[in-house]
Write a protein that binds this ligand. Sequence first.
Ligand SMILES: O=C(O)C1=C[C@@H](OP(=O)(O)O)[C@@H](O)[C@H](O)C1
Ligand SMILES: C=C(OP(=O)(O)O)C(=O)O
Length: 401
Amino acid sequence: MNIQLLNQLSAFGNVEIPLPSSKSESNRVLIIDALTEGENQISNLAEARDTQTMIRLLDENPPVFDVLDAGTTMRFLTAFATVTNQNKVMTGTARMCERPIGILVDALRTIGGDIHYMNKEGYPPLAIHGFSGQKSKRVEVRGDVSSQYISALLMIAPLLPEGLEIALLGKVGSRTYIEMTLELMAQFGIVHKWEDNVITIPAGKYKPTSFSVESDWSGASYWFSLLACADQGSLYLKGLKENSLQGDSKIVDIMDRLGVKSEFDAHGVHLTKQAVKGLTSWDFTHCPDLAQTVAVTCAILGQKATFTGLESLRIKETDRILALQQELAKFNAQLVEGANEVFTLIPSVSLPSEVQVHTYEDHRMAMAFMPLMTKTRVIIEDPEVVNKSYPSFWKHVALVQ
Ligand SMILES: O=C(O)C1=C[C@@H](OP(=O)(O)O)[C@@H](O)[C@H](O)C1
Ligand SMILES: C=C(OP(=O)(O)O)C(=O)O
């Protein structure tokens, strides 16, 4: 196991961070591209392993699609392989085979897909045996487990002869990711209607277009956190837009409360320090990937806060609630579960002189705990885990050190 030692760092000058491209945007655009007749001009695709895996599988088209640990790649390619009538095995890491996919498989079977579970009902690996023609133009999909099932169905919907109506059942989480999918589809010529809980996509063809992927707001969140925790400094984050397709741009509002001022120009955003206004509560239902960043920031800054909307964290790269609880405890902070899924973040009272962070095969555990280096010596276990979304992360950390 590799270990990376970070020096204590409480202040830095004005540093420009190049930022990686968004893997969420990239993986959607790659599926749309694969479904477009004609040539798209796509630039700035993510270096993220999740995106590079998607590119490789689409290019090489092997009989087994091994997505490794990439959730979007698993869900989007399952829908893609089904409606393009392929025979395919869908698999991934041991953890990927613990992440549920039954809701998507049920919906694809309703539409006409022939899909079998190879091991455990409701989970990868899957055997896809093609598509026997459209059997239904309506599916009902629970909205509270993963929005990725809904995005996967939306992107393949125009290919279906009768289009598709997706009725969302119950609470809808990660709604901003569904909106991102619909907005991208619109840029490639596919219109939709979203009335009450039903999204309707007519049959149609994606139109060749040119599209440049924006920088990654989830990856940007760690830099906001670093500045919030530092005594002094300023940062310029390149390639971010104020009006983003990415819901994680909400980090601007969260960090405004935690002492970071954001000013946009044509090429990115300038971050400077301002007085802490205080963050007492936040609902992460629509920005789950920010939860680790914000929990660690509050723990370091002494901000007691209540967090809701964390339910989906348990089925991501690891059980992120448990992972946070265990690692926060190492510097005397707590994430306490109360009634009705309300969590209280109790900040650190005293910091040890060194903290060794276990990363649970989760890129966001490694990146979220990096800002602790403003206060104490930090050892991050398995630093390469960041490759899933942000391979150049440690190179960028070296820019501020
Ligand atoms: O569609 C996407 O690109 C994503 C949706 C979210 O997942 P859930 O919908 O499962 O919350 C998010 O956590 C993930 O990192 C990326
Ligand atoms: C949850 C994540 O990704 P995925 O679900 O696509 O594996 C993530 O990047 O934090």
